[in-house]
Write a protein that binds this ligand. Sequence first.
Ligand SMILES: [Zn+2]
Length: 298
Amino acid sequence: MIGLTFDGNLLTAATLTDGGEIFAQAEQPAPGNDYREWLLSVSALIDSLRDSLSNTDRLGVALPAIIHDGAVSFSPYSVLGTANIRRDLQSALGMPVSIFGIGGCLVADACLMGAAQDANLAVGMWIGNSSHGGLALAGRLITGAHGAAANWPHLQLPAPLPQELDGRKCWCGRSGCLETFLSVSGLEGDYERVTGEWRDAGEIAAAAVNGDIVADSIIQAFEDRLGRATATLISLIDPDVIVLGGAGLQLDRLQERIPRKWPGYVQIDRSATRLATAKGGVTPVIRGAAFLAAEDTG
Ligand SMILES: [Zn+2]
């Protein structure tokens, strides 16, 4: 199996055994604006893994986008445009390709190998350079009428505090979306607004661990917002498990702290919903894309 993902800056691909173990992995910087250059970068990356490919492999691509009818309909990255990426990648690579949203790949992986294996209803929340959702029922990915099932990042932040009504512009054209708070750039922007200094999300998290009170208060605000976001998902669809994944997040801390926020925001006294984390950065997303592609016969 083979999967690939793109986070806005970097392309990462891996070949995997049928059981989902990584066989070989490679990454490559991606050009920001030129679609043709982007396709060439994907080709170079896949070529670097050719030795570990079988001729029956179908490439699964996890994109930071809403995918509808095999094409990108919305993405924060204009390089993806609305071109028929699947068709273009197939002709560039000479192999069958399936494309999916990152959130769908995250939850699909959790259903097959992770914390959602026994779940009836599972929601995926990917928080990275951009944020994405996915939904699965009885182990099967549900994409919805527009490919936008569980598109939580573009709900408004629930129960906003006065200082949170600051009209943050979202790439989707609206303002106040959850993604403007619950993303790497949302966290970094919060830190910069408070301190006047830009630091990357990893540095902010490390500073919080090392006793920096300002950094810790920024992380606590992030956690409270994530608590409200997850509580909204529980109120709306009451999942058995919420699978949280992403880059640069302190997943252990979130897994411990977020469920404590729920009693204040949901009607259920003792939530049976589990918050699970998908560790390994983009690896679960790549694996989910590879699994979904292997099942795709379209
Ligand atoms: Zn939005």
